[in-house]
Design a protein around this ligand. Sequence first.
Ligand code: HEM
Length: 549
Amino acid sequence: MPLILYFFGAFVGALIIVALLQRRRRAAMLPPGPPGDPVIGHLLRMPSTDSALVFHQWAQTYGPVMHLNILGRSMIILDSYQAALDLLDKKGLIYSDRPKLTLYELLGWDPSLPFASYGSKTQSIQRQMHQSYLSRHKVEDFKLMQTEESRRLVQNLMESPPEQYEKFMSRFVTGIIAHVVAGHRVTSENDPYLRTSEMVYECMSKTGPPGSSPLDFFPVLQHFPSWFPGAHHLHVVKEGRPAIRELYEFPLRTVKEQQKLGEAVPSFIREQLERMEESEDEEQLKGAAATMFSAGELTVEFHLIYRAPSHCVFQTWTTLTLFVLAMALHPESQAKAQKEIDSIVGDMRLPEFRDREDLPFVEGILQETLRWIPAVPLGVPHCAREDDMYCGMLIPKGSLVFANIRAMGLDESVYSDPTSFRPERYLPQPAGAGEPHFSNVSFGFGRRVCTGQYVANQSLWIAIASILATCTITKPVDENGNVIVPGITMSDGLSSERLSMCYLSAIPRGQSTHSHVQFLMIYETPIRSSIYSNYAPLSQALHGKKYPA
Ligand code: HEM
């Protein structure tokens, strides 16, 4: 063999050895994690339910920054608030990207903010829109509308049997988002927004956690038939894509039609259409509107889950649902909150936003509901744009970075007795322990923090305060009169864990509550004359009338 071939072989061999050594050196620098299998890494060890809790248990052994490997892709789990703050917040330039999610792109979530990469046109335009429309200051304008929706919610709850609660809670959240986005008021069960969001939910509940589909790991599978191993989600794409496209098309189409007739009421879409130049691409606006709908819907699903003695139906489970469950399981907390409302608000009116500061225990119930079982337990994954070092550990470029929000609420150095539901923990000392509000954690971190956090926070508070003021939530009883303790079963989904729970009964408080709520529905006058002043024609007609003394 010619000498040159020997040299070439030695050179290639040396290159391979250097590459292997470098790989080994990088592997040694990765954050610790449980042992994985060759090639597939931790694929078979990933928990199928309660991932956030399982990761938290693993973190007790491997520490607050943990590394997992799924088919060669790094996954970093941040188990502590400090680590999430240090990376996602302080190093926002590196950690503000989102991973490319092929399944979601195929479903039609494009352009859509939660899945857009940082710095992309979609992301920056939508971000700007969200900042100007859903900012802390701007959402003040929604308070009147949210108050009225909460009154409608409690009236519906009081008038309906428990099997209907799910429908009305779903209607509450969809009603608010539909109004913010398109100025639309949900008035019937056949509302097109309710129908579309139900169809979208139906589809998204079949996708599994974001980034977990084989299509995300091997995009080439999209070109295979759906019966091919690993390509089964193509079925979901076929069924769900039309509903998602409708979510993009319908709101804009409707507002434009209303504009032509001169009937478009103030809304996010109308405001954006008025600002837009002729030539501008409406796709961005459709994406922004669908984002608001989907993020609001998918992260604040208010579906109650019923498990009647004979059957069990699983549905998405969210913060308000959890509040209902928490109240059924902790009647002592419910009674304390009701006592606080009675002493501050009295029984001649319902709580309003102006009462919020004077109702610290009710605030504690909201904060504790967010902490007890977070609706988005692992956040939405961020993606590292470049290699980074943290406390001597290597976070490789392209890693999926998850903030374990659930674990942060279980941190004993911050929350005493963290598994207990104790709203008083947030009260200032000496009444409570002055522990930090959880809303700083539950809405995520850094530049990708939840854009709907202020509107969601307001919706939750007014719904919780109104329900507490008017209803007592109790555990259900079976046909023999035996009390059923609601059970929790959790599995992972896009944005929330799921719950199976027995249905709960909300009993109107006091003899006059029913007529009282109806009375307020009619006589409530606009608190602020804002863009929503045309929201309640009844209120307007009666503008000037005062609450009963
Ligand atoms: C209880 C209610 C809610 C919770 C707990 C929640 C939580 C979250 C979390 C944890 C994230 C990921 C943040 C991160 O990447 O670090 C997120 C993202 C997002 N949320 Fe929410 N959310 C809620 C309600 C809403 C509502 C009502 C809207 C819309 C009106 C909304 C819009 C969004 C959007 C657009 C994103 C993506 C932001 C981005 O990628 O830049 N959320 N949310």
